[in-house]
Design a protein around this ligand. Structure first.
Ligand code: UDP
Ligand code: MG
Length: 242
């Protein structure tokens, strides 16, 4: 089997409280480097943090060849940070995941196994019947609600997707230019999967568990994000051929 390079993109905004846990997971993932399968590198994006995030990233990864630190001078939002990271990712496969404990970074090798030849991207799917939601209820209601509206807006002929909003994914790098999102906010993940669906890329959902974060705070503002989703849903309803 051809060994593959995997870039793991991690946007970080004011994450100093959770970084020690992340750094420990990064070490564990690096120990899984297998010359016959995968070699990992990390793209750590500091999205203009006001806390010690950038300092900690530099302290731990400033001088290693397996990590790139992308410095954004000002906070631009999750989507903006994600795009900066994706643009700096050089691996043949590109994983995206939060800096916090919403998804267990130790699931990265497992999501990679799901990317068999017939797929272009795999998305973690806690809303899949075999997945599990261990996360606040109001987020379940909004994620489930927007997923239903997206399904309706995209029409019955398209592939059925349970979770549109997960940030834990693996993409083949070659499809990224075709599915880059416009949004600088939390809409970005939904936009990417919709772009992929509309362009006929082959998507696999990986049922898995989403956990609440153990350290630090979520930056997502539910109402503002729901509003962004509703705008995109309305746009799709008018523009998508069913
Ligand atoms: N993030 C970022 N810039 C922002 C907001 C968030 O880089 O303006 C990062 C954040 O540090 C985290 C990821 O994006 O790694 C997702 O954000 P968060 O965990 O706060 O959102 P949630 O998981 O609750 O949806
Ligand atoms: Mg998170």
């Amino acid at each position: 089997m051809n060994p593959k390079t995997v870039s793991v993109v991690i946007p970080c905004y004011n994450e100093e409280d959770t970084l020690p846990v992340l750094f420990d997971k990064i070490d564990k993932i690096l120990s899984l480097n297998d010359p016959e399968k995968y070699t990992f590198n990390f793209v750590l994006v500091d999205d203009g943090s006001e806390d010690r995030t950038l300092e900690l990233l530099k302290e731990n990864f400033g001088k290693v060849d397996y990590a790139t630190i992308v410095e954004r001078k000002e906070n631009g939002g999750f989507g903006a940070a994600l795009k900066s990271g994706l643009n700096s990712a050089e691996g043949e496969l590109v994983v995206t995941i939060d800096a916090d404990t919403n998804y267990d970074q130790m699931e990265i090798p497992r999501i990679l196994e799901q990317l068999t030849d017939e797929y272009d991207l795999v998305t973690a799917s806690p809303l899949h019947p075999d997945g599990h939601w261990n996360f606040p209820l109001h987020r379940f209601v909004t994620s489930r609600g927007v997923a239903m509206l997206y399904k309706f807006a995209l029409g019955s002929k398209r592939q059925k997707i349970y979770t549109f909003t997960s940030g834990f994914r693996v993409y083949r790098k070659k499809i990224l230019p075709d599915i880059m999102p416009d949004a600088n906010d939390f809409l970005a993940t939904a936009e990417m999967i919709i772009n992929a669906l509309l362009k006929g890329y082959r998507i696999k959902e990986y049922p898995c568990v989403v956990y609440d974060r153990l350290f630090g705070q979520s930056k997502l503002r539910t109402l503002a994000t729901a509003k962004s989703h509703l705008k995109l849903i309305a746009k799709l309803m008018f523009n998508t051929k069913k």
